[in-house]
Design a protein around this ligand. Structure first.
Ligand SMILES: [Zn+2]
Length: 271
């Protein structure tokens, strides 16, 4: 599943290709994504210039002159810039054609991705309204987490993955950030000290920042990007390392289930 770093990597790649370009056409081969895509976009989009490409949580906001496209990659989607006449592959669902002969093609085998068009403030859209702060934005720190965690009994890992608390911290990054902060993932959120919440906020920023930098290495040839997610290149401390020695203390990494997700942690380093 594309996590926040992959979405941010995608944003940077497509922003470079799209910004300032005019849309020459929109081809919709399959409107049945997670929600039906509005077929009238084939008439609405052409002629408009791309003002900017931004991101909120894991949504890409393609800002045009008269509104904003809100695109989500779902579980298995990818958005890639390619020559507009490139052959359509199985699971290619739409293409935004640009005035320079390139197109932005969306491929998604599982069709959990989505595309919405809004003319008002995209941040007021029901999908985006109510989301917590961005983990890489100023203000995401131990003070903020402490305010939200006060007297909460939910496990700190589930708390960290709650999109109303903070967006974009998926399973891999929650596990890795908790390791860096030395916090047992089962500990009640309200019982984690302020000092450790500071370290946790720092850990989240660090693991996401590293992943984005790694993802950035595929940007150079983004037009031909193979879609390899950045986290495969990242050094993981606990994620999917059950039974292997902790890189810090040698204790075998443990795996447990939390809210139907696998959690990995070091029972010695994380208390
Ligand atoms: Zn350890």
């Amino acid at each position: 599943m594309p996590e926040l770093p992959e979405v941010e990597t995608t944003r940077r790649g497509i922003r470079r290709a799209l910004r300032g370009r005019r849309i020459a056409g929109f081809e919709l081969r399959n409107h049945k994504l997670r929600w039906p895509v509005d077929r009238s976009l084939t008439k609405t989009l052409p002629g408009q210039r791309v003002v900017d490409v931004r991101r909120r949580a894991k949504y890409l906001l393609i800002e045009l002159e008269q509104g904003t496209l809100i695109a989500h990659l779902g579980m298995s989607g990818s958005l890639r810039v390619m020559p507009a006449d490139a052959p359509w592959l199985k699971h290619d669902h739409y293409e935004i054609r640009l005035d320079d002969g390139h197109g932005l093609r969306f491929n998604d085998p599982r069709r959990f991705g989505s595309l919405h068009w809004v003319t008002g403030d995209p941040l007021e859209h029901p999908l985006l309204k109510g989301l917590g702060p961005e983990p890489l934005a100023r203000g995401f720190d131990g003070t903020y987490l402490a305010g939200r965690a006060r007297s909460r009994k939910v496990a700190i890992k589930q708390f960290l993955m709650d999109q109303r608390v903070v967006v974009g911290v998926g399973n891999i990054y929650a596990s890795e950030a908790l390791f860096r902060a030395g916090i047992n993932p089962r500990r009640a959120a309200g019982r984690v000290s302020r000092e450790r919440l500071d370290r946790l906020a720092g850990g989240v920023r660090k693991v996401l920042g590293e992943a984005i930098r790694q993802g950035g290495t595929t940007l150079r040839d983004y037009v031909n990007a193979d879609g390899t997610p950045g986290y495969f290149r990242q050094k993981l401390y606990v994620y999917e390392r059950a039974g292997q020695p902790c890189r810090r203390c040698g204790t075998p990494i443990r795996k447990l289930a939390q809210g139907q997700r696998a959690t990995y942690f070091c029972p010695a380093c994380q208390t």
